[in-house]
Design a protein around this ligand. Structure first.
Ligand code: ADP
Ligand code: MG
Length: 313
């Protein structure tokens, strides 16, 4: 690895700060305050061996994904991009070019979504890569969408398809042949596209009562909305949107697609609840998968199985 200062200089030249904002270079970044807006902040840590394996993921994909999971947290509240901070602990014996590839992945998604990198920290690590990303977003004051707003009778909705990422991971772990379907699923796992625009559109839509991003599978994530909102939910398994690639992959290998869709993680789609009177007018593509009840259970229509979602501990 290059010297620390040289490394920071190369980051600085790859990530120019936008007009009016002070980014990398001083002791702190300077972001002007905007009257009538509130700031959203979230941070996530990724540790080699626990959250990723160096042999599985390329540095480019890792840079992309580390940013993606954070941008998704801003999407989940309905936020617009402000910027990100990147703290890295890197061992000395990384493969040649590893840092550059990592930063390229981080830069490409940052440019695509309009989140400038405004600072961070760089330090050495004895044996493992550790990545800590902090992300900042903004919404008009009082307009962030929380997990706690769901109401009895709301429709439970999701964006996109569920389960692709988890199926991609399964295909990697089991070494399945990489045909077109499997390549699509693996791309969904390594290069996810968080729903930042969609989150903003939903936050501006009257009748959207609660929202979060799907990182651990709806079987687990829906519980967070239920707990924060003090409600229950009924989900119709057969309504969960599945991609044609996931369907054909599962039929080929005799797998249950709903296991991936309900209990798999890292889809980075949005899960939201909406007033049933407002839902028919919602122009944003979405799928209604169930309803909020007065609680407290999560019931699955169409299955005896209890799809729980990914647990970190
Ligand atoms: P300090 O001694 O104040 O911690 P550093 O030498 O760590 O300063 O950092 C110098 C500048 O480079 C700061 O603006 C910091 O935000 C930025 N920086 C350091 N590491 C990174 C990184 N990994 N990504 C982005 N910016 C970084
Ligand atoms: Mg520092």
């Amino acid at each position: 690895m290059k010297g620390e200062f040289e490394f920071i200089e190369s980051i600085r030249s790859m990530f120019p700060a936008p007009e009016g904002v002070e980014g990398i270079g001083d002791d702190c970044a300077i972001i002007p305050q905007q009257e009538g807006w509130e700031t959203l902040v979230s941070t996530d840590m990724l540790v080699e061996g626990s959250h990723f394996l160096m042999d599985d993921i390329t540095p480019y994909q890792l840079g992309w994904k580390a940013a993606a999971s954070n941008f998704s947290d801003i999407a989940a509240m309905g936020g617009a991009p402000v910027g990100s901070f990147l703290a890295l602990a890197l061992p000395h014996d990384l493969p040649v070019g590893w840092e550059e590839e990592f930063l390229k992945g981080y830069r490409d998604i940052s440019e695509e979504y309009g989140f400038p990198l405004l600072g961070g920290d760089t330090t050495s690590s004895k044996d493992r890569v550790c990545i800590c990303v902090t992300v900042l977003g903004k919404t008009p004051s009082g307009r962030s969408v929380r997990r706690s707003g769901a109401k009895d009778g709301d429709l439970v909705c999701v964006t996109g398809f569920l389960g692709d990422s988890a199926a991609g991971l399964a295909a990697i772990l089991h070494g399945y042949e990489r045909d077109e379907d499997v390549k699509y699923l693996i791309d969904k796992h390594y290069l996810p596209h968080p729903r930042v625009r969609e989150g903003q559109a939903l936050a501006a839509w009257p009748g959207v009562h609660s929202m979060m991003d799907i990182s651990d599978g709806i079987g687990s994530d829906l519980h967070h909305i239920m707990e924060e909102s003090q409600v229950g939910a009924r989900v119709d398994l057969s309504e969960i949107p599945l991609s044609k690639q996931l369907r054909s992959f599962c039929s080929r290998y005799g797998l249950d697609p709903y296991e991936f869709a309900a209990a798999g993680g890292e889809d980075y789609e949005l899960l939201f609840t909406i007033d049933p009177e407002a839902e028919p007018d919602l122009e944003l593509p979405h799928t209604v998968i169930g309803t909020i009840t007065d609680g407290p259970e999560l019931e699955w229509d169409g299955s005896e199985k209890d799809y729980m979602g990914f647990r970190h501990f």
